[in-house]
Design a protein around this ligand. Structure first.
Ligand code: GLU
Length: 509
């Protein structure tokens, strides 16, 4: 490793919602930067105007904020290497492309879209259905390698539409050391002559990523494994531009895989199997297609982050719960797995559950308040905290507090009568009359005291405790669910409990 200050970047293209794999790339960047006292840069790679989606950049900023993985430099925050949006850096790239042409490492190509299409038609075979513009094909095309200097100068003087392509060497072996994959070797013949500068003067991703990583003094480049096939082009550019000594160390992160079967987890898999793949809700402004996100489903950012860290990394022990600070301390690139990690939604929920359990009840209550407000309900924070303490064991998400505790906030609208009526009789009705009367004057209203009093009264009336507890529960909640019944009564308070007994007696008649 050279001894420059560590600088890493997350370089998304603003083309849509942020996939959880993207957030994991952010996380690994962030952890590595913090661990080395370095800087974490957010750079927006928006040179492909055809794929640009309005709102996507703001969405990325918001995702990073929600996750608490804020960059040190970004289009929003600025920084010493601004601008951080590639479209705003457009005038900068041409000189590098021209320099490459001068050195013979790139060339002008004047082929029209029709000419490219007819080349593909002419050369396609069943084994090679989409022939590429490569070291062989370029010899048959209209470019500055096949045309005379005079011809080229004339076309340029006439402002003829052209692109600049990299001149990939034929049959050279390229080797580099990837922080995750170790030694990686390519043959340059496998890569085509990628366009570096487009006809509109915009750089392509390939040129812009290298120029910006150089100018922004990036020391380590983490990105998804799907970019590995582009690495030879990027490495050649670093060499051709004479910057090889400054080339960042590469780390191609393993893919996050479908839970069933093979291949990269896609948004479609999420839709198909019913779980989120994007960090936050996303509506595509072009199609209005809506995709649910982890945030809105109730994931806590710290649980989401922890879960992502474990998709492809561990510290070598069985520990699974790590705070962000702990991750910063313990994270190490050499423990990032080479193989892809299968996404497991049940496991993701488990992480969230663990974080919910370890939240104190007041915090949980505060997180749950908006759910109540949305339902037009109000409750005292201390009361909500008690409810949270009683039901959190069963909750994966904050919203589940409602599913497991709604009856704390509203009286039963109906009762599971089938569970009570067949065994209901006048003795039981009399028992509950007496029980309600007793509650009116009870001074110790703790769950334990209520349970003891209920037991004593049942014994006195000679009815089995088991025969009475279920009707009592159904009076309070409407059904056969909820935490221990005396906890429910103690939380509801004596007045509300008595009212519910009265309503229940009426319903069971
Ligand atoms: N702009 C690329 C993307 O959309 C970045 C790849 C890289 O980090 O080099 O993912």
């Amino acid at each position: 490793m050279d001894n420059r200050k560590v600088r890493v970047r997350f370089a998304p293209s603003p083309t849509g919602g942020l996939h959880l794999g993207g957030v994991r790339t952010v996380l690994f960047n962030y952890l590595f930067a913090k661990q080395h006292g370095g800087e974490f840069v957010l750079r927006i790679e928006d040179t492909d105007q055809t794929r640009y989606v309005p709102g996507a950049e703001e969405y990325i900023n918001e995702c990073l904020r929600w996750c608490g993985l804020t960059p040190d430099e970004s289009p929003e925050l600025g920084g010493p290497y601004a601008p951080y949006r590639q479209s705003e850096r457009k005038p900068l790239y041409r000189q590098y492309a021209e320099e490459l042409v001068k050195k013979g490492y790139a060339y002008y190509a004047f082929d029209t879209p029709e000419e490219l299409e007819s080349m593909r038609e002419r050369l396609k075979t069943p084994e090679n259905p989409s022939p590429q513009y490569n070291h062989i094909v370029r010899k048959q095309m209209r470019n500055s390698l096949t045309m005379s200097d005079a011809e080229v100068q004339e076309l340029l003087a006439k402002n003829t539409a052209h692109v600049i392509r990299i001149n990939m060497p034929a049959d050279e072996t390229l080797t580099f050391t990837d922080m995750v994959r170790g030694e990686v070797t390519f043959n340059t013949s496998q890569s085509d002559d990628k366009v570096l500068l487009k006809a509109d003067g915009m750089p392509t991703y390939h040129l812009a990523v290298v120029v910006d990583d150089y100018l922004m003094k990036i020391t380590h480049a983490f990105r998804g494994e799907e970019w590995l096939p582009s690495a030879p082009v990027h490495i050649m550019l670093w060499k051709y531009l004479g910057w090889e000594a400054h080339m960042p160390q590469w780390a191609h992160l393993p893919l996050i895989l479908k839970p069933d079967g093979h291949g990269k987890l896609s948004k479609r898999d999420g839709d198909r199997l019913g779980f989120p793949v994007y960090a936050m809700n996303w509506t595509d402004p072009r199609t209005n297609e809506f995709t649910k996100g982890f945030r809105e489903l109730g994931f806590l950012p710290e649980a989401f982050i922890n879960m992502l860290a474990m998709l492809g990394w561990n510290d070598g022990t069985a520990q699974e719960i790590f705070s962000l600070d702990e991750l910063i301390q313990k994270f190490s690139m050499d423990r990032v797995h080479k193989a892809g990690a299968k996404f497991d939604y049940e496991k993701a929920k488990w992480f969230n559950h663990q974080y919910l359990l370890h939240k104190d009840d007041q915090t949980l209550a505060a997180l749950f308040q908006p759910v109540l407000t949305e339902k037009g309900l109000q409750a005292d924070p201390a009361y909500v905290a008690t409810v949270a303490s009683l039901v959190k064991e069963r909750c994966y998400f904050v919203n589940d507090v409602w599913e497991h505790g709604f009856f704390f906030f509203q009286r039963p609208a109906s009762y599971d009568e089938a569970a009570v009526k067949p065994k209901w009789n006048a003795d039981k009705a009399a028992f509950f009359e007496a029980w309600s009367a007793q509650l009116a004057t009870t001074s110790d209203t703790s769950a334990a005291a209520l349970e003891a009093a209920f037991k004593a009264l049942a014994a006195e009336k000679n009815i089995k405790m088991g025969e009475l507890q279920l009707p009592f529960r159904i009076m309070l909640t409407g059904g056969k669910f909820g935490p221990p019944v005396f906890d429910i009564a103690a939380t509801l308070g004596m007045e509300e409990t008595r009212q519910r007994i009265t309503n229940g007696l009426e319903a069971f008649k």
